[in-house]
Design a protein around this ligand. Structure first.
Ligand code: 5GP
Ligand code: MG
Length: 173
């Protein structure tokens, strides 16, 4: 495992993004929606860095990848989602890869007709993106390598690591 982004870099970038978002959403009815489970760690740090009132909700998107690093069919569970009408919604996820997860989740959120909808992620694999948009906010762009830590898992392990590391070869079994 090789550390790509250390704990200090993540912390200062997340704090800076929180300040930027606080300015953007000041005086607006903000609801931040975290996509489970990968966004957990970013969500916890980011909401404490956004110094304006806001609500928090969750939804689950899972892609039956099992032991694989390649996603399968996407399943979206909206059971825990609060009412989003008249709300400015910010969707938070760990990583924007092909962008298909975000595209599908955004379509479902838009059915609730929020006042606005934007997206924020920790990591953006821009060269792997297959949709015709990117995240509105991102903390770091990374190359197209499989990474873990700070919420990101491999086979549901490694989420607790306070840094981002890439897994290669013998780690991926
Ligand atoms: P997308 O739909 O944008 O291709 O993929 C988004 C989802 O795939 C993320 O929420 C994440 O669960 C997973 N994913 C994509 N790239 C990585 C990666 O490098 N590491 C991990 N752990 N998950 C990833
Ligand atoms: Mg995910």
């Amino acid at each position: 495992m090789k550390v790509l982004i250390d704990q200090n870099e993540i912390n200062s970038r997340v704090i800076a993004l929180g300040r930027e978002l606080a300015q953007e959403y000041q005086g607006r009815p903000l609801t931040i929606i975290g996509i489970l489970a990968g966004s957990l760690v970013l969500l916890a740090d980011l909401i404490r860095a956004i110094d304006v009132p806001h609500q928090v909700g969750l939804l689950q998107a899972s892609s039956y990848r099992g032991k694989s690093t390649k996603p399968g069919e996407l399943f979206v569970n909206l059971d825990y989602l609060p009412d989003l009408s008249e709300r400015d919604v910010l969707l938070v996820d760990d990583i924007f890869d092909t962008g298909k997860t975000m595209q599908k989740v955004m379509a479902q959120i838009n059915e609730q007709e929020p006042r606005s909808l934007k997206t924020a992620v920790l990591l953006w694999k821009e060269e792997a993106t297959e949709v015709d948009f990117g995240p509105d906010y991102h903390c770091f762009k990374i190359p197209d390598h499989f990474v873990v830590g700070y919420g990101l898992d491999f086979n549901n392990e490694y989420r607790h690591l306070p840094f981002i590391a890439s897994l290669e070869g013998s780690d991926l079994v």
